[in-house]
Design a protein. Structure first.
Length: 324
């Protein structure tokens, strides 16, 4: 159990109020995590059963997640916290979760991506898109990542067994609630994208942003639906870090602001890809855009510096929305 995984589960419980009874798959509290890895306190007032393939602390029932001995539609919430990577047949496990959840049931999942092999057997790593594909049987799915936008250390998800009118709005609000809670890494929603422009030579200097200083980058967009810009940044100093503001304009009409995104980047960060997401821009194919990065808070306790090639180009990648 990792701190950010546990924090994500706690936020989902507060946001979605998942029903009981609760089962946790992979509930064994490994040596050194006894008590800390106990998720029961997150679900007060709900019956809670810890399930694993071996006996030990936190385990109430021995069962294989790919063949649960539970009736269909009998469970309110399934939790799989950093356990899916240890399941030999994760697709079958997801099928079993789908089977045992009640019509209004919820599943909460976290899994590592860029993370060492641990507690063998350790079979799998899931990209955000891979986890979304695995969860395709569910009608309501929200997948996120934590850490570097292109090398996340964690992927996580909340799903509902049936459609729910408020699910999409609550899922969309989750990243802002995560940031407000003071968590370390931004919670980045997964959206299917295609790369439309990229520059990253590795031969860079750091251009510290202070006061009104800005760095800009122009690029030609190859597809409609421009929706994300990733920049490679360093932040040093106080943990609170700095706020970065990305503005997007059309090169032919620089006075017209098409998008503005604010992201707080906590220190320390070195060479991290940070995602700036905005609503897809219609008819963006064939247009030349300019991005402008500033950090106007001027905080003396932290230094924010984008990676800029010696020729002047930002280390960046632009993405457009695509069909799933």
């Amino acid at each position: 159990m990792r701190d950010d995984a546990k924090a994500f589960l706690a936020l989902c419980v507060r946001t979605f109020d998942p029903p009981g009874p609760v089962i946790e798959l992979g509930a064994l509290q490994v040596p050194g995590q006894e008590g800390y890895a106990d998720l029961r306190p997150l679900f007060p007032g709900r019956a809670f059963t810890g399930v694993d393939v071996v006996a030990g602390p936190g385990v109430d029932r021995i069962a294989d997640a790919a063949a649960l001995d539970l009736p269909a539609a009998s469970v309110g919430t399934v939790v799989a916290a950093d356990s899916l990577e240890h399941m030999a047949e994760p697709a079958r496990a997801i099928g079993e979760i789908h089977r045992v959840l009640a019509p209004d049931g919820v599943c909460l999942l976290t899994a590592p991506f860029v993370f060492p092999i641990h507690h063998p057997p350790d079979y799998w790593r899931f990209t955000p898109e891979g986890l979304a594909r695995l969860l395709a049987p569910f009608p309501a799915v929200a997948v996120y990542s934590l850490g570097d936008a292109q090398w996340p250390h964690t992927v996580c998800a909340v799903v509902r067994r049936g459609a729910h009118p408020g699910f999409a709005a609550r899922a969309a609000a989750l990243p802002a609630a995560w940031e407000a809670s003071g968590q370390f890494d931004p919670l980045v929603p997964f959206v299917p994208v295609v790369s439309v422009a990229r520059h990253d030579t590795g031969d860079v200097v750091l251009e510290a942003l202070d006061g009104e200083r800005a760095v800009t980058q122009a690029f030609d967009c190859a597809a409609d639906g421009l929706c994300r810009i990733c920049l490679k940044l360093d932040v040093e100093g106080d943990r609170a870090g700095r706020e970065a503001v990305l503005a997007v304009t059309d090169a032919s009409a620089p006075a017209a602001l098409l998008a503005e995104v604010r992201v707080r980047i906590h220190a320390p960060v070195r060479g991290r890809w940070v995602a700036f997401d905005f609503d897809p821009l219609a008819a963006s194919a064939g247009r030349r855009f300019v991005v402008r990065l500033t950090s106007p808070d001027g905080a003396p306790h932290a230094r924010l510096a984008p990676h800029v090639a010696r020729g002047g180009a930002l280390s960046f990648e632009a993405f457009a929305r695509r069909a799933r």
